[in-house]
Design a protein around this ligand. Sequence first.
Ligand SMILES: Cc1cc2nc3c(=O)[nH]c(=O)nc-3n(C[C@H](O)[C@H](O)[C@H](O)COP(=O)(O)OP(=O)(O)OC[C@H]3O[C@@H](n4cnc5c(N)ncnc54)[C@H](O)[C@@H]3O)c2cc1C
Length: 314
Amino acid sequence: MMHPDITPEIAARMPDLRGRLLANQELAPMTWLRVGGPAQVLFTPADTEDLAYFLKNLPREIPLTVIGLASNMIIRDGGIPGVVIRFAPRAFGQITVEDGYRLRAGAFAADRKVAMAAAEAGIGGLEFLYGIPGSIGGALRMNAGTRSNTNPEIEGETRERFVSATAVTRAGEIVTLTPEDMKFVYRSSGVAVDTIFTEAVFQGFARAPEEVHAINARVQEHRERDQETKVRTAGSTFKNPPGHSSWRLIREAGGQDIRIGQAEMSKKHANFLIAHDGATAADIEGLGEEIRRLVKAKSGIELEWEVKRVGVPA
Ligand SMILES: Cc1cc2nc3c(=O)[nH]c(=O)nc-3n(C[C@H](O)[C@H](O)[C@H](O)COP(=O)(O)OP(=O)(O)OC[C@H]3O[C@@H](n4cnc5c(N)ncnc54)[C@H](O)[C@@H]3O)c2cc1C
C-alpha cells in the first residue's frame, strides 16, 4: 500500500534540515518479524539538534512514530501513516566510558554492544543487556530487563542502572530526564510517547573484565536454552500479569497448539510467537488476539500486549 507523498510539503517548512526524508520507505526489512507496510515518510536525523529542528517545524497534525531496532514491534500490513523516525548508527550509536564506572550510550547503540563495552571497561551491572536484541532507545521506553529463576547474576532492568537521558519533546525542546522523570514501571516508561530519547547514561560498578565477559556468556547460554534465538520473533509477546507467568497461562490454555496463517506460538517458550516465511502482520496480531481470548476463557486473566503494534491494517 502506497501513501501520498508529503515529503515536499515537509521539506518546504524546514530549509535548514540536514537529515534525510524519504517517502514510502519499506520498514519490514528493518524489523525482527520482517512484516509490515511502508512508512509514509521516513526521517533519519543528522543529530539531536537536527531532530529538535525537525520536530519544532513538523505540523502537529502529522502523526509521529519512532522505531529502534524493532525487536519489540509489529508493524501492520498497511504501514505507518505520518512520519517514522529511525536513527542512523553513525549519529546515535556511540558508546563512551566515563569516570566512576559510567557508560554513555546513544539511543541507537545496540544493547549487546553496550554490554560488551562495559565488559571491556571492567564495568559490572549491565550484563542483562547482553541478551536483549534492541537499542538503548527501546530499552529506555520498555524498561528492558532480564529475569531468571535460576541465576540472579544475569538479572537486571534498565531502571536499576539508569542515571539520566537526553530526549527531544514533540515541541522540539531538548531536555534532560532524571530517574523520576522516566516513571519506570515493569516493561514501560511513563514519559510521553512522542518524546524521543537520544542518549542515556548508566551507572555500573567495578568488576573485572573477564568476570563481566563470563557473565555475558552465561546470559547467552540462558537465552539459547530457554528462548527462541534463531527464528523471527519479538521476544515476550505479553507482559507477565502480577503473580503469574504469561508462558504458563498460555501453555495451560492450549495456546501452543494453534497456528494462524504463517504465525504460531513457540513450542520452546510459550510466550514467544514465531513468524514463518510468508507471515503477515495480520496473522501475527490475529494469533496474539486468539491467545488472549483462550487465556481469558481458561483462567479469567486478560493478557496485556508487551509487543508494540503500530500502523494500520492493509
Ligand atoms: C529474541 C528476543 C528476545 C528478547 N528478550 C527480551 C528480554 O529478555 N527482555 C526485554 O525486556 N525485552 C526483550 N525483547 C524485546 C525487545 O528486544 C526489547 O523490548 C527492546 O528494548 C526493544 O528495543 P528496540 O530498539 O528493538 O525497540 P523497538 O522495538 O524499535 O521499539 C519498542 C518501543 O520503544 C520505542 N522506542 C524505540 N526507540 C526509541 C527512542 N529512541 N525514543 C523513544 N522511544 C523509542 C518505540 O516507539 C516502541 O514503542 C526480546 C526481543 C527478541 C526478538
